[in-house]
Design a protein around this ligand. Structure first.
Ligand code: NAD
Ligand code: MG
Length: 339
């Protein structure tokens, strides 16, 4: 089993006298800032002047500075702005403030893995990555619990980077749930692979194909939506709770028999795995990262057109109508990241 750390392995005193700058105040940013402050840490927030998060962070009682000012004042700088803008913000506002002995931290390894950000050798670099949405990081902390976290130390210039990273994660509540050791390479590559092949890509294509096949065969779109899209969560909730066996226990034997005979017809394992290996290779050799960086530099034409196209798909239109008609409402807090 991989090594796990808990509260007994963390010493929050390591953060005494240190100023932590949380850069970004979105899903993760607000949760880290509030949890660390409630854990007794000295927290400031760094944002764009005029950005929409600025008044929110101020209302929560934080001292808010520009990114450059916050980075200058801080001993530990946590990057919680969107991954695709981090490199530019780092270069312009943070790099000039990276004095020896400071630490820079991330909640996702993309920019370090693909060398979009290269911190100086005399600084610590670590990752504290909650395995859950920011709003859950906050709500579980308030409830006396926490979200499991990944820890990785990429650069240990001070000789104390590990203790600082463990203390940071304890401060956001992660040590109450467990801290799993990894590397930023492993976290980035597995994260991208999971979201592209199974969780987001993968599952979306599977649901769409199922919906389209039923509708093309003349069945009502509402029925197709319920069967192929709406029920996905109900099934996955069972898997989450007790594994695939628990799901198979709850569904009918007919459904379980169908799973065994038709699943492999729809997703022939050898072919699907070959496709997945090709995706993994593009992640490992930087091809995917290069495409995504270029897409952002070129105004996101492909990305925006795909998003617009999807919004017009009948499954999205039918789904919206059905949700509006349902007596109960989804308590969908729209935390969209897959991390
Ligand atoms: P978010 O989109 O919710 O928030 C981004 C914040 O950055 C906002 O406050 C925004 O105003 C600010 N911002 C954007 N551009 C800026 C700029 N140029 N200068 C200053 N501030 C700017 O982002 P998030 O989902 O919290 O993601 C933050 C990091 O956490 C990412 O590295 C992400 O991969 C990681 N992460 C997210 C989740 C999640 O569930 N959301 C989970 C684990 C890790
Ligand atoms: Mg992920």
């Amino acid at each position: 089993m991989a090594k796990m750390y808990y509260e007994k392995d963390c010493n929050l005193d390591v953060l005494n006298g240190k100023t932590i700058a949380i850069i970004g105040y979105g899903s993760q940013g607000h949760a880290h800032a509030l949890n660390l402050r409630d854990s007794g840490c000295n927290v400031i927030v760094g944002l764009r002047k005029g950005g929409k998060s600025w008044p929110v962070a101020e209302k929560d009682g934080f001292q808010v500075f520009t990114v450059a000012e916050a980075a200058e004042k801080a001993d530990i700088i946590m990057m919680l702005i969107n991954d695709e803008v981090q490199a530019e913000v780092y270069k312009k506002e943070i790099a000039p403030q990276m004095k020896a002995g400071k630490a820079i931290a991330f909640a996702h390894g993309f920019n370090i893995r693909y060398k979009q950000i290269v911190p100086p050798a005399d600084c610590d670099v670590f990752m504290a990555a909650p395995k859950g949405p920011g709003h859950t990081v906050r709500s579980t902390y308030v409830a006396g619990k926490g979200v499991p976290c990944l820890i990785a130390v990429e650069q240990d210039a001070s000789g104390k980077a590990y203790d600082i990273a463990l203390a940071y994660i304890a401060g956001i509540g992660g040590a109450r749930a467990g801290i799993l050791e990894t590397t930023m390479d492993e976290e980035t590559e597995t994260d991208l692979f999971g979201e592209q092949t199974v969780l987001c890509g993968g599952v979306v294509d599977l649901m769409r194909c199922g919906f389209e096949v039923l509708v093309e065969a003349g069945y009502k779109p509402e029925n197709a939506y319920f069967e192929c899209i709406h029920e996905m969560k109900l099934i996955i909730d069972l898997v989450n709770k007790g594994g695939i066996a628990a799901m198979n226990y709850s569904i009918s034997d007919t459904a379980e028999f169908g799973e065994y005979v038709s699943g492999p017809r729809v997703l022939p394992a050898e072919q699907v795995k070959a496709n997945m290996r090709a995706v993994l290779k593009d992640i490992q050799d930087g091809t995917f990262a290069g495409k995504w960086i270029a897409e952002n530099k070129n105004g996101r034409t492909f990305f925006n057109s795909k998003r617009a196209q999807l919004a017009k798909h009948p499954m999205e239109i039918v789904g919206k109508q059905l949700r509006e008609q349902m007596l109960w409402k989804n308590d969908s807090d729209l935390d969209t990241a897959s991390n």
